[in-house]
Design a protein around this ligand. Structure first.
Ligand SMILES: Cc1ncc(COP(=O)(O)O)c(C=O)c1O
Length: 459
């Protein structure tokens, strides 16, 4: 990996910028007054909000409008003390969870059999779905060495699920448009397969997998099919309605047995919620945990956590009601139009190639210059974009922060500038050399290095 010292110096400036102001190393004897604490915290967030408020960040803050933030604050005031672990104390939270699940089911063509949970985020929804398939097919078909067929573009949360739950991932490649290759999926399915995964759309390239075909493969083999609509759950239904996308991707397809969709992304709820839906109660029941034999009494939880904050659930319910179908449709249209402008504009930028046929999550590479150097140069103009590998590329996930012509115009202008700069000067600083080295080393070495970085970050 890159020389650790210079690399650490580089990321220290980015990730630990406040160290020079001093840090707390033990619990102080004497408390600090509230105003001082809030002023100190505001001084951090004033710095940190500059980038996303100007629309320079990929994904991360999906709405961020002042009125929306003010609405969250009103909900927080009345729900800050709540915990859905106690449905007898706060039955309103269980009602919200049921209704969030019903509302999500209604936009994903679910029916009265559809079940699901509100989780803490996309990763938890995916972890739970994978655990559910493992347990369901162990009972149903006696599969004790479970495998999941994963397009290489599937989110890292699926790898984490495989790691946590001892499931073997069977990776399959993509077609020329960065969608799962259906023939390769068919070849990868075997008697240990418990589920196939498809994304709508995928995180790296914003490509919608051929869910209709994958659904048929799942039906043919009597196995599960999970659609990861964490990114697309609140845009794809309207993209289809408005004619930006024509395929089917949800429970309309008989082979689709579960869907993850994130309220805390394009559902515009504050961070801390996602929804996992199942076609049938039998699957959902495998997700649940219950014990009547614990000394602490009868205990059950629908998801991974025990105690959970009630506020994110209350806020997700409130935001969904605030938005309604019309609100989401209008927001999606603005985001999809911004996507069109970026894709069309980027196609005429010298040295830039758009990957596949994206809608609003758009990946860029270059055939004659280093794409990560282009990303770093965009960084020098304030952009915070996501680096991708295999092929080397970077992407932007467009949100409500990017819908104005001013922001998309600046993006295209900076992209053209960065592409020219990258042609003349290779990159020796920034993330480009890090990505370069990471791509050339064995996976175990890269993973170990990354764990060192994480350990450093939290030390
Ligand atoms: C397609 C997809 N799936 C899953 C996730 C994981 O979601 P979270 O970060 O909320 O855990 C993401 C996050 O960006 C995603 O884009």
């Amino acid at each position: 990996m890159p020389d650790s010292d210079s690399f650490l110096e580089q990321i220290e400036r980015k990730m630990k910028p406040y160290e020079a102001r001093g840090s707390i190393s033990e619990l102080p004897e004497q408390g600090t007054d509230a105003d001082t604490i809030v002023e100190e915290m505001s001084s951090y967030t004033r710095e940190e909000e500059k980038g996303w408020k100007q629309g320079l960040v990929s994904g991360a803050v999906y709405h961020g409008g002042d009125e929306m933030t003010g609405f969250y604050e009103r909900v927080y005031r009345i729900y800050s003390q709540t915990n859905p672990l106690h449905p007898d104390i706060w039955p309103s939270l269980t009602k919200y969870e049921r209704e969030i699940v019903r509302m999500c089911s209604s936009i994903m063509h679910g029916d009265e059999l559809t079940r699901g949970s509100v989780t803490s985020g996309g990763t938890e929804s995916i972890l739970l779905a994978m655990k559910t398939y493992r347990d369901y097919f162990r009972k149903k078909n006696g599969i004790d060495r479970p495998e999941v067929v994963l397009p290489v573009s599937a989110h890292a949360a699926f790898l984490k699920a495989c790691d946590y739950f001892c499931i073997r991932p069977r990776f399959v490649g993509l077609d020329g448009d960065f969608r799962a290759d259906v023939e390769k999926v068919k070849e990868a399915v075997n008697s240990n397969t418990v589920a196939i995964v498809g994304s709508a759309p995928s995180f790296p390239h914003g490509a919608v997998d051929p869910i209709e075909d994958l659904s048929e493969v799942a039906m043919d083999h009597g196995i599960g099919m999970h659609v990861d609509a964490c990114l697309g759950g609140f845009i794809m239904p309207w993209a289809r309605e408005l004619g930006y996308y024509s395929g089917r991707f949800d429970f309309e397809l008989p082979g689709v047995t579960s869907i993850s969709m994130d309220t805390h992304k394009y559902g515009f709820a504050p961070k801390g919620t996602s929804v996992v839906l199942y076609r049938e109660p039998e699957l959902f029941k495998e997700q649940l945990y219950a014990t009547g034999k614990w000394q602490g009494g009868i205990y059950f939880t629908p998801t991974m956590a025990g105690s959970r904050p009630g506020y994110p659930i209350a806020a997700a319910w409130a935001v969904m009601r605030l938005m309604g179908r019309r609100g989401y449709r209008e927001a999606s249209k603005r985001i999809l139009e911004a996507g069109k402008r970026i894709v069309e504009g980027a196609r005429s930028v010298d040295g830039i190639r758009v990957l596949g046929k994206p809608l609003w999550v758009i990946a860029f590479t270059s055939d004659d210059r280093n794409p990560h150097a282009i990303m770093d140069l965009m960084g020098s103009r304030g952009w915070m974009l996501s680096g991708l590998i295999d092929p080397p590329a970077f992407h932007i996930a467009l949100t409500m922060r990017h819908v104005s012509g001013e922001v998309t115009g600046k993006f295209l202008e900076d992209l053209a500038w960065a592409s020219v700069q990258a042609k003349h000067a290779g990159s020796t600083a920034g993330m480009a050399p890090v990505y370069g080295t990471a791509m050339s080393l064995p996976a175990e070495q890269v993973d170990a290095f990354l764990k060192d970085i994480v350990e450093w970050l939290y030390t």
